[in-house]
Design a protein around this ligand. Structure first.
Ligand SMILES: N[C@@H](CCC(=O)N[C@@H](CS)C(=O)NCC(=O)O)C(=O)O
Length: 255
């Protein structure tokens, strides 16, 4: 059956699903969606939300639900264990990632802070990545810093956080919580195999580093998080991000 992933590589949820597919060794076609004209590619959903995964004639929305669906259709290399206890652990961590980690680490910085040169440069780089999948006009790309700031779905996601906690404190707390979930590993929740939760975090830290949105990856020096990232990387190709190799500007960090 043909598998098609619709989305844009700048979406943390799309990147999660790309990792799921690679982990399961399923070949798929990536169809770039334009966030300003989503109807051109995902009109069949009657909405604008990505990722959308299509298998044969069926399609689903929502990255975590897509993970569970993939396990149903392709039970090998499960994203969620069929052992009830391990399943509960993975799903609870995945929920924390969707409700806390991704909103706090990926989206809140897009709304907080100054609209300075650094912010604009990162936004333009994101626009060029989106445009490589579904062409955006130059005017739209130029306005990307403002468009990001205004995006209703980003406001919706960020407004679910407790914004009385300063951004830096929130990010430090989330990182600490990550180390607690990982504990001694080998995978999140001390599970012995990777789950959808491991890919959900890997897809954020590694993408931002590999496409040069951050200069380096200081977490590599962390005694448990560094080796865990390497461990997760061993289940995936070096570029699972649905972007052309030319966007990968930072060198592979694991020897
Ligand atoms: N819970 C969903 C969230 C998906 C989501 O928020 N996607 C964003 C892109 S990062 C989107 O499609 N925004 C545009 C829209 O919702 O219209 C998931 O896990 O897939």
């Amino acid at each position: 059956m043909t598998i098609t992933l619709y989305g844009y590589a700048t979406s943390p949820f799309v990147r999660k699903v790309a990792c799921y597919l690679h982990y399961k060794k399923l070949s798929f076609e990536f169809v770039g969606v334009s966030p300003v004209e989503p109807e051109k590619t995902i009109g069949f959903t009657k909405g604008s939300q990505v990722p959308v995964l299509k298998i044969g004639d069926e399609w689903r929305l929502d990255s975590s639900s897509i993970g569970l669906w993939l396990d149903e259709v392709y039970p090998e290399r499960r994203l969620v264990s069929d052992n009830a206890e391990d399943r509960e652990i993975a799903l609870a961590i995945d929920q924390w990632i969707s409700e806390q980690f991704i909103p706090g680490i990926v989206f809140r910085p897009a709304l907080d802070g100054e609209m300075n040169e650094g912010f604009k440069k990162r936004a333009w780089r994101l626009a060029s990545i989106v445009s490589s999948g579904a062409e955006l006009s130059e005017t739209v790309q130029k306005s990307w810093p403002d468009l990001l700031r205004q995006a209703p779905f980003i406001h919706h996601i960020v407004n679910q956080l407790d914004l009385s906690e300063p951004l830096e404190a929130m990010q430090m707390r989330l990182f600490m919580e990550l180390t607690q979930y990982l504990d001694t590993g080998p995978y999140l929740g001390k599970l012995d195999k990777p789950s959808l939760a491991d890919f959900a975090i890997y897809a954020q830290m590694m993408f931002f580093y590999q496409v040069g949105l951050v200069k380096d990856l200081p977490v590599l020096a962390h005694p448990t998080v560094g080796p865990w990232l390497k461990r997760v990387s061993e289940h995936l190709p070096q570029n699972p991000w649905c972007v052309d190799e030319t966007f990968i500007t930072n060198s592979w960090p694991f020897g």
